[in-house]
Write a protein that binds this ligand. Sequence first.
Ligand code: GLN
Length: 601
Amino acid sequence: MNSESLLRSIREKSADTEFYLPLPAGYKPGATRYVVVFGTVMSGLGKGIFSSSLAKCLQDKGLTVAPIKLEGYLNIDSGTLSPYRHGEVFVLDDGTECDMDLGTYERALDQNVGRLNFVTSGQIFRRVLDRERTGGYLGRDVQMIPHVTGEVKNSLRELAVASRADVVFVEIGGTVGDVENAYIIEAMRQLAFEEGQRSVCFVALTYVMEPNILGEQKSKPAQLGIRRLMEMGIQPHIITCRAGNPVQQNVREKIALFSNVPPERVYSMHDCDSVYLIPDMLRGAGCDREVIEWLQLEERVDDAAERKAREQWMEYISRLRSVTRQVQIGITGKYTSVRDAYASIIKSFEHAGTALGCNVQLQWIETSELKPDEVAEALEGVHGIVVPGAFGTRGAEGKIACLHHARTTGLPVLGICYGFQMAVIEYARNVCGMEDANSTEIDSECRYPVISTLPEQRKIEKLGGTMRLGGQDANTRAGTLAREMFGKRVRLRFRHRYEVDPRYVEKLEAGGMVFSGQAVGEDIQNILELPRDVHPYYVGTQAHPELTSRPLRPHPLFLGLVDAAIRRAYPDYDTPLTYRPDGDEENDESEPARPEHQHTD
Ligand code: GLN
């Protein structure tokens, strides 16, 4: 029986039998294939990096790929998660606040994703409970199987319909054996049965230990992890082994023996110098070909597209390897002990540094306890700083002191979101004579609330999904650096509650601050800068440019900062920086900006 007739027969029966199979309108069985990646043994193996690299290999072959992350936690999204515990909250163009792995997919695939690409247990249960309250289950008792699992499968199929992708690429959050993702794994077992032979490819990521005391690789934890998956009714087709060193043949054979997977489909994914090398490592081992063959997608492969994609990627890698300069950039933050809180900023510097042939070394400068008279010493030796996003009051005065130092000593600066707001406060206090200037987030009673709540935010009481979120267009002002970087219009990504209070804009501009980017149709300042004859690079944005930087399309705001830092470190550096080599002919103010900062393809 093919998948279409199987699905039809289950559906026909589902009203009055044990089956329950919601299918989204327009779903074509067999049109989309699925790759599902499970993590075994332990977390922290780089499942997101592996999955996005494999997804990239498929995309390079000319296939359309729609990634989806299924998270076991009960939060509806990542909006209320602390970056201390979970790493940064990534924001998508449609405003979804999600896990940082979605950022890994957007960067690897150079593709925007949205709400449908991120599903949590919280969302699944909310849908099930809402449906139950409206009588949607026709008198039945609502059960984990088939109703909750049915909702999981439905979310994958919704993405298949909306994306019309060749492959929906599923990453299961957590590790096999967690209570919270057990029902998601069960849903994957059902999916494979319903979609039929060769429609779903199961990939197990596992870990091969090499304890120092033994000095040899041991496969037992890997075997047990995979056995656990098999006990849940999932037979992996491909096993990928994380390890410090290349996984030896005998170890791969042993894993093969215990898991019904031939040794040639047990791959080594050992540590390498750079995550950018992983797609080629997988390709070299034939892992991508194996997925294509298993899913019988050979006919959709475009060899010419693959050659071109590989060439571009290899060029990026060779640039990465041939950097000739080095700069130090300080990140003046408060979550400096948790690097994952700044994952996208770190990536953005890799992209910009690679484009400019420069190794950007990051220095973490904790601002929580930093006093104004300690700033000069703390920033000694850095060639530029980033003042990143934040919430609350802690570390604010330290950041303001860093900005003051940078502004008055010509040290290049990029202020991001909260950092942009702090730059406005510093300027108001020290240049425009508003001594008590502050943000109402920090001091609601201050005399000059130069940063205050967005009008639409005043009515909101709930947290979670209530900020100004996602992609918005901004216009740039003629004659500014922002115009040079972006052309007339640019799409930026946001996550904030506060903004520059419009009442103070005139006064700040009279004092010399240039607001060079404004939200389209709204009185919101999005970009600030100081003229180049006053400061080599003093720029801030209310947006989060780090969320839209891509390896082959570094974000201009980071390029500008790294370029300025190189000039500070190497005074005789004279290579001009061109932000948009092709000019801005097609970048017309009357049209919406393209989804990303790039205006030319
Ligand atoms: N806390 C500030 C606001 O809500 C800045 C937010 C941020 O940096 N993401 O506007």
